[in-house]
Design a protein around this ligand. Structure first.
Ligand SMILES: Cc1cc2nc3c(=O)[nH]c(=O)nc-3n(C[C@H](O)[C@H](O)[C@H](O)COP(=O)(O)OP(=O)(O)OC[C@H]3O[C@@H](n4cnc5c(N)ncnc54)[C@H](O)[C@@H]3O)c2cc1C
Length: 329
């Protein structure tokens, strides 16, 4: 049986591993302590925050099929927030969503946790080196410790990180280097008492902020009132090297300006910086597969910037590898 190392336990890596489980010896290495990558959730006191992806939509049959199965098992539910557009220069106006928007329950990263059941995942392990050996590839971690030898290595990290990690012989290095990612700051605010707002989620214009959502308005969440505030991606680029306390202060100021008296000061404040949040460009392929070197890369950035794009990238690469190895999917 072929052996395969997958770098990253986001939705792309987990989907790929599920697709190949049984056809190859698959091991996933994940640098952080949680599954899900940018489908992330954080807890603090009684508060809970989905501080990465807010929701997902399904425009393909394949992703809709997964959603249908998970909805039946109550692992995914539709989210029906009251939505506004808030503009620092205009009056707020109501928005409609014209397609279903879903969230994983009871938190965003639980979908990946469920999908990863039965997979061989090594957490807290950053792959830092991929060296050619006679029989394939030798992986090592950031302290130089050997992680094993594999026939194939596949990165599902954001393209700039994949570019740093994959060996120079990877045939698609130039495509990796053209994919541009925007950063984002996620401000997590918890309030001891609930506050009545005239929206559950707001798209924000003309502000350092781009999104405000009541995390507690999502299905199956704890009731403690919690707000998730995202920065604007372009603004975040200008703040990437700033002191994180200054960024937090500027985002709170921008929130005050939009909300006026509607919100008291929060009782809990935390901030997270996503250096690689959103792929602004992509390589217009579902995945990058270098058969002769037995290396590949996949992830949302291959053909988009959303959860569904990441899922399809992992799924299609898995199908392609099965066809390549066994002439079937
Ligand atoms: C703030 C924010 C808001 C978003 N909002 C939405 C939204 O509302 N709707 C939507 O559809 N999408 C949204 N997205 C995008 C969505 O989260 C991504 O498209 C999707 O989660 C990407 O999945 P992925 O598996 O391709 O990559 P990732 O989730 O980034 O997974 C890659 C994994 O690789 C790991 N990794 C990287 N390097 C290494 C290494 N050297 N060794 C080991 N592990 C490594 C990382 O830790 C990570 O877990 C949002 C993203 C962010 C950050």
């Amino acid at each position: 049986m072929k052996s395969l190392a997958i770098i990253g336990a986001g939705i792309a890596g987990i989907t790929l591993a599920r697709q190949l489980q049984g056809s190859a010896e698959v091991r996933i290495f994940e640098k952080s302590r949680g599954l899900g990558g940018r489908m992330a959730t954080r807890r603090a006191d009684s508060y809970q925050f989905d501080h990465g992806a807010q929701f997902f939509t399904a425009r393909s049959e394949q992703f809709q099929n997964l959603i249908n199965d998970c909805v039946a098992d109550k692992q995914i539910q539709a989210w029906l927030p009251r939505i506004l557009t808030l503009d620092s220069q205009k009056k707020p106006f109501k928005r409609e969503w014209f397609e279903p928007h879903y969230v994983a329950t009871p938190d965003m990263n639980s979908l990946c946790k469920t999908l990863a059941l039965g997979l061989n995942v090594t957490m807290n392990t950053q792959v830092a080196g991929i060296d050619a050996v006679k029989q394939g590839w030798q992986l090592k971690d950031s302290s130089g410790e050997q992680l094993g030898q594999f026939d194939w290595v596949i990165s599902t990290a954001p393209a700039p990180q994949a570019n740093e990690l994959l060996p120079d012989c990877f045939a698609y290095k130039s495509q990796l280097s053209t994919v541009d990612f925007s950063p984002c700051f996620s401000l997590m605010l918890g309030y001891k008492s609930a506050h009545k707002l005239n929206f559950d989620a707001a798209v924000v214009r003309n502000s350092p902020l781009s999104w405000i959502a009541s995390n507690s308005s999502k299905p199956d969440r704890p009731s403690s009132f919690s707000l998730m505030v995202h920065s604007d991606n372009t603004w975040a680029r200008t703040q990437l090297e700033s002191n994180i306390d200054d960024v937090r202060h500027r985002m709170l100021e921008a929130l005050d300006k939009l909300m006026g008296d509607a919100l008291p000061p929060p009782d809990h404040i935390a901030i997270h910086r996503w250096k690689y949040a959103k792929a602004d460009t992509n390589c217009e392929e579902s995945f990058l597969l270098d058969e002769s070197n037995r290396l590949a890369a996949c992830g949302d950035w291959c053909s988009g910037h959303r959860v569904e794009d990441a899922y399809l990238s992992g799924l299609k690469l898995g199908e392609q590898l099965q066809t390549l190895w066994y002439g079937r999917t």
